[in-house]
Write a protein of this length. Structure first.
Length: 94
């Protein structure tokens, strides 16, 4: 299993923007977890925006499960998928 923390830190130091980090980070997550697919999505009312996806097409993402995780503020599971909401950093406050 690769050292995911070291590799993620390395990616962070080289990525000019968050968007450039997401795809390679998902590659590391899939490698470290043995998952078949992974994605990062953003809720943009009334739709979802797929920011990065690996191992599956963006149109095949279980959006209802992502919505359940976001609304319930906890991990949601169904049909071999896990979904969790990621919090945003609030830099510069305080």
């Amino acid at each position: 299993m690769p050292d995911i923390v070291t590799n993620l830190l390395h990616l962070c130091s080289e990525a000019p923007a968050v968007e450039d980090l997401l795809g390679p980070a998902l590659d590391l997550v899939i490698s470290a977890t043995g998952a078949d697919a992974a994605a990062v999505m953003r809720a943009t009312v009334p739709d979802w925006t797929v920011l990065a996806v690996r191992g599956i097409s963006a149109s095949a993402m279980p959006l209802d499960l992502a919505a359940e995780a976001l609304e319930g503020e906890q991990v949601a599971s169904g049909d071999r998928w896990l979904a969790a909401a990621l919090g945003a950093s609030r830099r510069g406050s305080g």
